[in-house]
Design a binder for this molecule. Structure first.
Ligand code: NDP
Length: 252
């Protein structure tokens, strides 16, 4: 399979977890991948995994909450690879707390990293995509957008991504740019391991508990999400835009 031959993809927050799996999946299918995380050093492990399999990737350090830093690093990526075709807005954090205990700093941090960064990267990327009349933007929302105890900040940011996605699809569609989102359920990564720790459970016990109430009787893996992001970034989904696809093992 080589759905992404000659395509240049940027994946944010790609040092680990879903971002790393997505960068690897896109590279396996032929994309040249800019692996972006807070530091290039952190992103290098993903690059090494890609190049070890014969893929093409390069590590970039960028705090995606900083618009000027995003502008600079995307310009560097476009110079290094020659274009930007695919953007995966994946960088995210959680700062969970019941709302009455949630400090403003944790509200601001989650909104900025999970939502404002999506504005920053999409706003910069669309300049390249509109000029070439081709682009794919896929952003990571979450099942928590529907509401989740202890995640008022995160739910607001992830619901915001869904409205943002629907709107960008309308505005950027005439430039042949597809804009979609993926809303994962529980995926086994450092993020959910931290959630387990916060509630006093081991990652294994927490996953077993979630698997037990998930129709497919397992939690998700980063590769499950990477496969769906790859679909939405591919020409297989060329008539899909403005959608949020829930990927959660059948949970309602
Ligand atoms: P991880 O915490 O494993 O990975 C997120 C990555 O983003 C980390 O490498 C992190 O770096 C990086 N990052 C954080 N802040 C910034 C920033 N300002 N600039 C650049 N990079 C940054 O998360 P997951 O893989 O679990 O999640 C990926 C995405 O999927 C997130 O948007 C998340 O909200 C979403 N998601 C995850 C679910 C899950 O169950 N895991 C469910 C639903 C949605 P560092 O570690 O150095 O902070």
């Amino acid at each position: 399979m080589s759905r992404f031959t000659d395509r240049i993809a940027v994946v944010t927050g790609a040092a680990q977890g879903i971002g790393a799996a997505t960068a690897q999946r896109l590279a396996e299918e032929g994309a040249s991948v800019a692996v972006v995380d807070l530091t290039a050093e952190r992103a290098q492990a993903t690059v090494d995994a890609i190049t070890a399999k014969g893929g093409v990737a390069r590590a970039y350090g960028c705090d995606v909450t900083d618009y000027e830093a995003v502008e600079a690093v995307f310009a560097q990526i476009a110079e290094d690879f020659g274009a930007i075709h695919i953007l995966v807005n994946n960088a995210g954090i959680t700062r969970d707390n019941l709302f009455f205990k949630m400090p403003k700093t944790d509200w601001d941090a989650v909104i900025t990293v999970n939502l404002t960064s999506v504005y920053n990267c999409s706003h910069v990327a669309q300049k390249y995509m509109c000029a070439q009349k081709w682009g794919k933007i896929v952003s990571l929302s979450s099942r928590s957008a529907l509401g989740n105890r202890g995640q008022a900040n995160y739910a607001a940011a992830k619901a915001g991504i869904q409205g943002f996605t629907a709107t960008l699809a309308i505005e950027l569609g005439p430039f042949n740019i597809n804009v979609n989102a993926v809303a994962p359920g529980y995926i086994a990564t450092s993020m959910t391991a931290a959630t387990a720790e916060r509630v006093g459970a081991s990652a294994e016990d927490h996953q077993a508990e979630v698997a037990g109430r998930t129709p497919l009787r397992r939690v998700g893996q980063p590769e499950d999400i990477a496969a769906v992001v790859a679909f939405l970034a591919s020409e297989d989904a060329s008539y899909v835009s403005g959608q949020t696809l829930y990927v959660n093992g059948g949970a309602r």
